[in-house]
Design a protein around this ligand. Sequence first.
Ligand code: FES
Length: 119
Amino acid sequence: MIPACSVTDLPPGESVRIQADVPIAVFNADGDLYAIDDTCSHQDASLSDGWLEGCFVECPLHAALFDLRTGMPSCLPAKKPVRTHMVLVHDGYIYVDTSAHERVPEHTAEPVRASEAVA
Ligand code: FES
């Protein structure tokens, strides 16, 4: 389990990058928390620096859109998915679990509601 930040430090529309075996981006998409690999599958851009549009993030370099639920790109130039990761909240703190992950494109991350997690 990798600690990310407190729930209050990640308001809706914001993201944070944390370091695991690879960088991970954690997003608050209108109250739903998601974690994906931070590095775009197209080139070397940080998705945590991108723009949230609902449950999609737009890459800041060439504007590919990634679905935070599946990691799949919905438009070019990205063609490959990024990994999604499980998000957990305990005592108001956000954690990311990358251990159970396999690189499976169909993997879908279940969101955690930030509001449900606040004690
Ligand atoms: S680096 Fe992300 S779309 Fe090109």
